[in-house]
Design a protein around this ligand. Structure first.
Ligand code: ZN
Length: 143
């Protein structure tokens, strides 16, 4: 089962989607497994980083802009090569561990959808994979 979500974004920004992923896990009823968060876009990304202090997000965006500035001698005609580069640097998916119905995230970690070429209507997917230890135990016993 895959959950599909729509996000209307503004200009370059990171949106915490941690609560949505937790809701999907609860709705699916899996207590142990994996959640793959994936975005099907070439100028957006998914990452995990600090969600407590909003200045971390603004510094990350500032740092990515320094690495991949909007104005450079790119050749791509759409004029958004800086956003394509940021998407590739950050990556379009993250795999999260679900343990006892919770995400194994650190105290300060949040899951973010990263917009590098907004505003746009975006999508992201949450694929939950059941890894129940009971199922694993039974499979091991059948060898
Ligand atoms: Zn483009």
């Amino acid at each position: 089962m895959v959950f599909e979500h729509v996000l209307d974004t503004g200009p370059s920004m990171m949106y915490s989607i941690t609560e949505q992923v937790l809701e999907d896990i609860k709705a699916f009823g899996v207590t142990d497994g994996l959640a793959v968060v994936y975005c099907p876009h070439t100028t957006a990304a998914i990452t995990i980083n600090e969600g407590a202090d909003p200045s971390v997000v603004s510094d990350l965006l500032k740092g990515l802009e320094a690495i991949s500035p909007q104005r450079a001698s790119y050749t791509h005609g759409e004029g958004n090569s800086h956003a394509h580069l940021k998407s590739t640097l950050v990556g379009v998916s993250q795999t999260l561990v679900i343990e006892n119905g919770r995400l194994l995230l650190g105290t300060w970690q949040s899951v973010f959808f990263c917009e590098f070429d907004g505003p746009r209507r975006r999508k992201y997917y949450v694929k939950i994979i059941n890894g129940s230890p009971i199922v694993s135990h039974m499979a091991a016993g059948q060898k």
